[in-house]
Design a protein around this ligand. Structure first.
Ligand SMILES: [Zn+2]
Length: 417
């Protein structure tokens, strides 16, 4: 134990404090370390961060430190209060290992937050014999610090995305930076309304917003409106990934409707288990699936016609010239409007309505790959899935910033691992 104190005083030292004694707690489940002010060091006012004359001392507090050798470790310290003339108040002193509100030390919060990025929060709490709420506190501390200290710099391209986070149409708005050299989550907003998306522009300020060159989004009208307003100079691109997703949704609607009708009319269930055959790209199917798809395509079904329309649409992305892409798009839409397949016609109408924004994808010379937004969207979904036990918007918001924000982290006094 004596050696532990020597190690701590050498490696994890604070200029104004000293680790004095370490012992096992009476139940032998944890190690307690006494901390004392160094001789002659003055207490610092936690409000103005200046040295101030002492006033009194509070009862001893326990601060949770990083566990050693399977034991919980606590720092024990009696906080001093100062009579600060500058603040004209009696204020509790500032200590370097904790932020005053929480009982977790900063080093331990950094440690827990690091693990909470790899494991779920629940697993992290279990692994280190602490509570979910303390893991929450740790992540909140690290993310808050990171948001305060991150440098936004110049942002060339952003992608805005919506994501469903709970049953009953609860959505989040996520804004990513999708520059060629930096991709990160910039902002999380509750809901997917005009007001919530405007919140992003309030955070980054007009100066940065005015220099954004590309904006990628889906066809969600509130987003389109805010982008027209706030990034009027930027090239607004409807994202390929979102269009493909919409198209798949329409096809699925056709398939489900037709399968129901066929079952009702007592026809052979040829559409059974066809969902993934139709939604996956053909090149991603296994050989036997490919045969089943070929088989299915021989039937004269609405689903089959919708599938062929969807597949034909993929050719759009191969064009380099906006002019030829436009010709193809118009021709495809004309064709679909004659198809009498309502969900597909709805897509065609929507594509016609947003024609210019789609063609911007080609005007931007495909500089922004849809893969970026899609990849970030998938990561966000994984974070949410790992988060079972995220009970609130706040917890989810923190988890998303923590795993996708590429935020700077407070420096630990000492690297433990
Ligand atoms: Zn003060």
């Amino acid at each position: 134990m004596l050696q532990l104190i020597t190690i701590l005083n050498r490696c994890h030292r604070f200029p104004r404090f000293v680790y004095q004694q370490a012992r096992f707690s009476s139940d032998h489940k944890s190690i307690e370390i006494d901390v004392r002010p160094r001789k002659g060091s003055k207490a610092i006012c936690s409000r103005c961060h200046q040295a101030a004359p002492g006033y009194d001392q509070l009862p001893e507090r326990r601060f949770e430190f990083i566990p050693f050798w399977g034991f919980l470790v606590f720092l024990l310290y009696s906080m001093r209060r100062v009579d600060c003339r500058r603040c004209q108040a009696v204020v509790v002193e500032e200590v370097p290992w904790a932020d005053g509100k929480r009982t977790l030390t900063k080093a331990y919060m950094l440690f827990l937050a690091g693990w909470a990025r790899r494991l779920s929060w629940k697993e992290t709490a279990e692994a280190f014999r602490t509570s979910w709420d303390k893991v929450f506190d740790a992540v909140e501390h690290v993310v808050t610090w990171g948001l305060e200290h991150r440098v936004l710099g110049q942002i060339d391209a952003i992608g805005v995305d919506e994501i469903q986070y709970a049953k009953g149409h609860k959505y989040l708005t996520l804004v990513y930076q999708i520059d060629l050299d930096v991709t990160r989550l910039l902002w999380v907003g509750k809901e997917r309304t005009i007001e919530s998306f405007q919140g992003f522009f309030t955070v980054i300020g007009e100066e940065i917003a005015s220099k954004i060159v590309f904006v990628c989004s889906d066809m969600w009208e509130p987003y389109l409106k805010v982008i027209r307003e706030k990034c009027s100079e930027a090239l607004h691109i409807l994202d390929r990934f979102h269009i493909v997703a919409k198209m798949n949704k329409a096809l699925d609607e056709v398939r489900a409707g037709e399968a129901r009708r066929m079952a009702h009319e007592g026809l052979a269930p040829v559409l059974k288990k066809s969902r993934w055959l139709l939604l996956k790209r053909e090149e991603n199917l296994k050989t036997d699936q490919r045969f089943r798809l070929r088989d299915l395509l021989r039937y004269n079904l609405k689903t089959v016609r919708a599938y062929l329309l969807k597949e034909a649409f993929q050719q759009l992305w191969d064009y380099d010239s906006p002019t030829w892409a436009a010709k193809f798009l118009d021709e495809w839409c004309r064709h679909v409007m004659r198809s009498r397949i309502e969900p597909m016609k709805k897509i065609a109408r929507s594509l016609r309505q947003h024609r210019e924004l789609i063609l911007n994808y080609f005007r931007a010379q495909k500089l922004l790959s849809s893969g970026v937004v899609e990849g970030l969207n998938n990561k966000a979904k994984v974070t949410m899935r790992k988060s079972y036990g995220f009970r609130t918007f706040r917890a989810l918001e923190l988890a998303l910033y923590h795993s996708l924000g590429k935020l700077p982290e407070p420096e630990s006094t000492h690297e433990f691992f």
